[in-house]
Design a protein around this ligand. Structure first.
Ligand code: CMC
Length: 436
C-alpha cells in the first residue's frame, strides 16, 4: 500500500516503480520531491522556464496566480498597500513578522545609518558614459559595492547577512538617484534622514542646489505603495538569479547586481519602460490601435502588447488591481501638463479598454500587469523613462536580500546546478584544420 503522501511512478520501459515523496506546502499545490529520481530511474526531468518546478522552499511570499492572491509572510498585499509603509514591509519581509514600534524605529535608524555612499564610489559613476542607461550604472555600482564590503562579510554569519541587507536597502535609493543624476550631468544630492524612504529618493532625484525642492506628499505616498507592491514576488527570474548566484556563496553585493541585470529585460522589470516605448511607437505611427492589436496576435510578428500577460497570474494580478486604482485616481486629479505625455496616457487607457474586451486577450487571460500601470504612473509623476525599471529594482531589493538571506541560512543549502537535455553532436574526432 503506497504512502498516501507519495506518488508512484512506473517506468513503462522497464516496469520499475519508484515511490516519490509528496511535500505539503502551507498553501499551494502538493509538490513531488524528484531529487531521488535520477538515482532511482536514471532520468532527469525537463521543465523549460520552470513552468511546474519548485526550485526551493521558502517562507517569504505566497502567490496563487489562479485566484489572484499575493501575500508577504501571510499578510495580503491589499492590506499592506493600504495600511503599511515600505520600510515596515521591508522589516516584515526580512524578519518574518511585523515590527513593534521600537523595532520599527530601530530599523529606520539602521537604514538611516547606511544610506550614504562611500566617497570613492563616486569614481565608479564617472567611469560610465555620460548618457549611460541608469540600469547599466546600477548593475555596475551595486556590483562595485562588493569591493567595499568583502573581507568583513561572512555569508554564513546571520548578523553579517543582516548588515548586508540593511546596507543594500539603505543605499539603493542613493545609488538609483545618483545613476540618474550622473546621466543628466547634475550634481549628486546626499540623503536626508528627516525624510521617509520614498520622499528621500524623490529628494535625491529632483533637488537642485539653486532652489528648494519640496517633495509632494501625494507623490511620495503613491511611490511608497508602488515600492510595497514590487517588494517581493517569490521565485521570479531576477530572484531565481539572485538565489543561483548566491548559492555559490558569492559576495551579496555582487549577487544583487546579478538580480538587477536579470530584472532589466523587457519580459521582466524592463516592461514598464517598454510600455511607454510601445505607446510612443503607436502614437508616432500613422496606424490605428487595431493595427497594433492585430500585430500582437500575429504569431509571425515579434510584437507583443507590453504590460499585458503574466507567467503566473492567469486571472488577475492583485498588484495591478491596486496600482490601476492609483493610476486612474492620479489621472483624474492631476491633469498632465505635458501634451505629449497626455497623448500617451490617452492611448494607454484606450488600449487597456480594447484589449480587455478582445477575445484573443480574454481567452488567454492576458490582463494588464503591474508594469502597465506603473509605467503610466511614473510618466504622470514626471519620472524619466529610463528610471522606471530602476524604481522596480529599488522596491525589489528587499525581496532579493530576504530570499538570499533565507537560502544562506539553510544549513542543508546546496549550490544551484541544474541539469540539461543535451541535443548537440555525439562524440567525434578532432579534425586537423587542413582537413576541414
Ligand atoms: N501580447 C500578445 N500576446 C501575448 C502576450 C502579450 N503581451 N503575452 C502572452 N501572449 C500570448 C502568447 O503569444 C501565447 O499565445 P498562444 O497560446 O497562442 O501561443 C499565450 O499568450 C501565452 O503566452 P506565453 O508566452 O506562453 O506566456 P508566458 O507565461 O511565457 O509569458 C510574459 C509571460 C509576461 C513574459 C508575457 O505575457 C509577455 O511577454 N508580456 C509582455 C511583457 C511584460 O509585460 N512583462 C512584464 C511581466 S509582469 C512584471 C514582472 O513580474 O516582471
Amino acid at each position: 500500500m503506497p504512502n498516501k503522501d507519495s506518488v508512484t511512478l512506473i517506468d513503462n520501459r522497464t516496469g520499475k516503480e519508484v515511490e516519490l515523496d509528496l511535500l505539503k506546502p502551507t498553501s499551494g499545490p502538493m509538490t513531488i520531491d524528484i531529487s531521488r529520481l535520477y538515482k532511482e530511474l536514471g532520468y532527469f526531468t525537463y521543465d523549460p522556464g520552470f513552468m511546474a518546478t519548485a526550485s526551493c522552499w521558502s517562507n517569504i511570499t505566497y502567490l496563487d496566480g489562479g485566484k489572484g492572491i499575493l501575500e508577504y509572510r501571510g499578510y495580503p498585499i491589499e492590506q499592506l498597500a493600504e495600511k503599511s509603509t515600505f520600510l515596515e514591509t521591508c522589516y516584515l519581509l526580512l524578519n518574518g513578522d511585523l515590527p513593534g514600534k521600537n523595532e520599527l524605529e530601530a530599523f529606520q535608524e539602521k537604514i538611516n545609518t547606511h544610506n550614504m555612499l562611500h566617497e570613492q564610489l563616486k569614481t565608479f559613476y564617472s567611469g560610465f558614459r555620460r548618457d549611460a542607461h541608469p540600469m547599466a550604472t546600477m548593475v555596475g555600482v551595486v556590483g562595485a559595492l562588493s569591493a567595499f564590503y568583502h573581507d568583513d562579510e561572512d555569508v554564513h554569519d546571520a548578523s553579517d547577512r543582516m548588515d548586508a541587507a540593511h546596507r543594500l536597502i539603505a543605499k539603493m535609493p542613493t545609488i538609483a538617484a545618483w545613476s540618474y543624476r550622473y546621466a543628466m550631468g547634475m550634481p549628486f544630492v546626499q540623503p536626508r534622514n528627516d525624510l521617509g524612504y520614498a520622499e528621500n529618493f524623490l529628494h535625491m532625484m529632483f533637488s537642485m542646489p539653486s532652489s528648494e525642492y519640496k517633495v509632494d506628499p501625494t507623490m511620495a505616498k503613491a511611490l511608497d505603495i508602488i515600492l510595497i507592491l514590487h517588494a517581493d514576488h517569490e521565485q521570479n527570474a531576477s530572484t531565481s538569479t539572485v538565489r543561483l548566484a548566491g548559492s555559490s556563496q558569492a559576495n551579496p553585493f555582487a549577487v544583487l547586481a546579478s538580480g538587477i541585470a536579470s530584472l532589466w529585460g523587457p519580459a521582466h522589470g524592463g516592461a514598464n519602460e517598454a510600455v511607454i516605448q510601445m505607446l510612443t511607437e503607436i502614437n508616432e505611427s500613422d496606424k490605428d490601435l487595431a493595427h497594433f492589436i492585430d500585430r500582437a496576435k500575429d504569431k509571425e510578428d515579434r510584437f507583443r502588447l507590453m504590460g499585458f500577460g503574466h507567467r503566473v497570474y492567469k486571472n488577475y494580478d492583485p498588484r495591478a488591481k491596486i496600482i490601476r486604482e492609483i493610476c486612474h485616481e492620479m489621472l483624474e486629479n492631476n491633469p498632465v501638463s505635458n501634451p505629449e505625455h497626455q497623448a500617451l496616457l490617452d492611448t494607454a487607457m484606450e488600449l487597456e479598454k480594447i484589449a480587455l474586451e478582445d477575445d484573443y486577450f480574454k481567452s488567454r487571460n492576458l490582463y494588464p500587469n503591474v508594469d502597465f500601470h506603473s509605467g503610466i504612473i511614473f510618466l504622470g509623476m514626471g519620472i524619466p523613462l529610463n528610471m522606471f525599471t530602476v524604481l522596480f529594482a529599488l522596491g525589489r531589493t528587499v525581496g532579493w536580500v530576504s530570499q538570499w538571506n533565507e537560502m544562506m541560512g539553510d544549513p542543508k543549502g546546496k549550490i544551484g546546478r541544474p541539469r540539461q537535455l543535451y541535443t548537440g553532436e555525439s562524440t567525434r574526432d578532432y579534425k586537423e584544420i587542413t582537413k576541414r
